[in-house]
Design a protein around this ligand. Sequence first.
Ligand code: KIV
Length: 284
Amino acid sequence: MSVETKLKDVTVSTFLKKKEKNEKITMLTAYDYSTAKYFDEAGVDSILIGDSLGMVVLGYESTHHVTMTDMKIFTSAVARGAKRCMVVADMPFMSYHLSIEEAVKNAGELIRAGASAVKLEGATDFILSVVKRCVESGIPVVGHLGFTPQYLNVLGGYKIQGKSAENTKFILKQAKKLQEAGAFAVVLEMVPEESAKLITEKLNIPTIGIGAGRYTDGQVLVADDILGKFSDFKPKFARRYADLKTTISNAASEYISDVASGSFPSESEVFHLSEEELNALKEM
Ligand code: KIV
């Protein structure tokens, strides 16, 4: 499962420099080798192996079912495809909550699987200690605030966070604590753009928004949403750049009808015996 560890072109300092220079950071999720390769070749700054794979790849209803084993498999596939961009792996539910030692060990396993950094949700005192210990151990950390899918049951559903001045101040406080603990970036999910703008302006580390408006330092979207592959629901903030669902469905229908009609395989798609072997067969 291990991949060759090579420093990618895009590093923690690239993220920080981009914020300083007011250049937008681009991040997309990917879960497999080929998609990672194409996104990397297209020039994305970072690929996130999001635990959204629980829904879009594995068909679960939430991210809660994703395990460390899942994350290591998908992380190593992506890391083999991504040659230059930064690879960030999500720490799955319950992989960083039980003890600091176990959290750091699990984060280390994702680095060994090929990630250059890990992402984790929330900013409780315990999570802040985990962030600090990971960074002290050489593991760069991205925070994740606002709507945090692993807290779905506590938040009571897919709800926009930071809708009041008080809640915005709370998220800002959490973001500052993550920055102090050593996180090098923070994802802000589903917060009003005014709140995300304020938080972005008050931080030295970059914010990466998803459903957080236009003023964050970068944007992240889920691959299956931008490619139009996942069709169970479409978040308001996800822009669709392709329609893979239709492409895949049409390809499967055409294949089925070609096999049924006998037009597949055709002459150009078969192997032949040589004349000599064919004659030898006839003699049998
Ligand atoms: O799991 C994921 O894909 C994420 C993004 C939504 C940021 O955390």
